[in-house]
Ligand binder design. Structure first.
Ligand code: FVH
Length: 296
C-alpha cells in the first residue's frame, strides 16, 4: 500500500479474533498506523509483518494511544478483564464487542468515570465483509457524538458507520434487534426446509431461490408495522388481516403434522396471533403482537 501513514489517525486495537483480525487488516490497508494487543500473542504475528506494532499488555497499548482505542473481544466479561486497572484518562474508547444495551451503558459509565470518552458499537457484518464496502457491512455506533464525529473517517475504513444516538445502549439495542429478527428468520427457514426435506423429487437449490425471493418480498411488512405502531391504528394499510392469518395457521400446522415436522418454532408466534384475534382485533395486521410481547 502506498498510503501516507503520517496523515492517518493511529488506531489501537485490543482483540485479534476473527473479527479483530479483519478490522486490523482493513485499517492497515487504509494506511492507519496500528497498534495491536491480543491475549494470545501469536495471533499478532502476521499483522506485525504487515506493519502493525505489537503491545505486550493492554495497559501499554492504551498508554501509547493517541487515536481511538478499539476493543473487539469475545464478550463484556473479557472487556472488563482487559480494562481492569488500566489508566483510561483522556483516552477515546470504542467498544465493538457485542453486548447488551445495559452492559454498554454500564461500560460507558465506568469508562467515563475513569476519564475516558466512550462510544459503543454493534457490528452488522461478518469478517469477510470487513474492508469491502460493496458488501454493505456497517457498524452501529452510540454514545459520545463528538467522539464519533472526530473519528468518523477512521471508523469508516473497515465498514460503514451509522450513529444511533447519545444513549450508549442504542447501538447494542439496534444490533440485538436486527440479530433477533435474523434468528426468527433462520427459524422460519429451518422449518420450511424441514417441510420439504423428505420429498425425494424436490430440488433444494431451486426451493431456496423461491424462499429467498418470498422473504425479500415480505420484508417490507416491517415498514407497514412501523407506520401502524407510530399511528396507533393497527388496521392502517392492512392487506392480510389477522383473523385470516390465524385461520391459515391451522393449514400450516396441519401441513407440519402431515410432513412429520415439529411445529415448535412457529407455535409461540401463532399463539400471540390467536390471542390478539380473541381480543377482538381480527381486522388488524400483526402490529398488535408487539404489545403482547412487551407485556409478556
Ligand atoms: N465473527 C463474527 O461473525 C461476528 C460478527 C458480528 C460481531 N461479532 C462480535 O465481535 C466480537 C469479536 O468476535 P470474533 O469473531 O473476533 O470472536 P473470536 O474469534 O472468538 O475472538 C475473541 C477474541 O476475544 C479474546 N478474548 C476472549 N476472552 C478473553 C479474555 N478473558 N481476556 C482477553 N481476551 C479475551 C480472544 O483472545 P484469544 O483467545 O485470541 O487469546 C480473541 O481475541 C464478539 O463480541 C462477537 O460477538 C463477531
Amino acid at each position: 500500500m502506498d498510503h501516507d501513514t503520517s496523515s492517518r489517525t493511529p488506531v489501537t486495537l485490543l482483540g485479534l479474533g476473527d473479527m479483530g483480525t479483519a478490522l486490523a487488516h482493513a485499517w492497515l490497508a487504509a494506511g492507519h498506523p496500528l497498534t495491536v494487543w491480543n491475549r494470545t500473542p501469536a495471533k499478532a504475528a502476521a499483522l506485525t509483518r504487515e506493519g502493525a506494532r505489537t503491545a505486550t499488555t493492554p495497559a501499554g497499548a492504551i498508554a501509547s494511544a493517541t487515536g481511538p482505542v478499539v476493543l473487539c473481544l469475545l464478550d463484556d466479561t473479557s472487556v472488563a478483564e482487559v480494562l481492569d486497572g488500566v489508566d483510561l484518562s483522556g483516552k477515546d474508547i470504542v467498544n465493538l464487542t457485542t453486548s447488551t444495551p445495559e452492559q454498554a451503558r454500564e461500560l460507558a459509565r465506568r469508562t467515563e468515570e475513569r476519564g475516558a470518552r466512550f462510544l459503543d458499537g454493534g457490528i452488522m457484518a461478518v469478517p469477510p465483509m470487513i474492508g469491502r464496502p460493496e458488501t454493505g457491512g456497517y457498524v452501529f455506533y452510540s454514545g459520545d457524538q463528538a467522539l464519533f464525529e472526530r473519528h468518523r473517517a477512521t471508523l469508516e475504513a473497515p465498514a460503514g458507520a451509522k450513529f444511533t444516538g447519545n444513549d450508549p445502549g442504542h447501538a447494542a439495542l439496534h444490533d440485538v434487534a436486527l440479530l433477533s429478527a435474523m434468528t426468527g428468520m433462520f427459524a422460519g427457514i429451518a422449518h420450511a426446509f424441514a417441510l420439504v426435506d423428505g420429498e425425494k423429487d424436490l430440488d433444494r437449490t431451486a426451493f431456496a431461490a423461491l424462499l429467498t425471493d418470498w422473504l425479500r418480498a415480505m420484508a417490507g411488512s416491517a415498514q407497514t408495522m412501523a407506520a401502524q405502531l407510530e399511528s396507533g391504528d393497527y388496521t392502517e394499510g392492512v392487506v392480510s388481516n389477522l383473523a385470516m392469518m390465524a385461520a391459515a395457521n391451522d393449514t400450516l400446522l396441519g401441513t407440519a403434522a402431515g410432513q412429520s415436522v415439529d411445529p415448535r418454532l412457529l407455535t409461540p408466534y401463532m399463539d400471540l396471533m390467536r390471542r390478539r384475534v380473541a381480543q377482538g382485533h381480527g381486522d388488524e395486521g400483526l402490529a398488535g403482537t408487539v404489545g403482547l410481547l412487551r407485556s409478556a
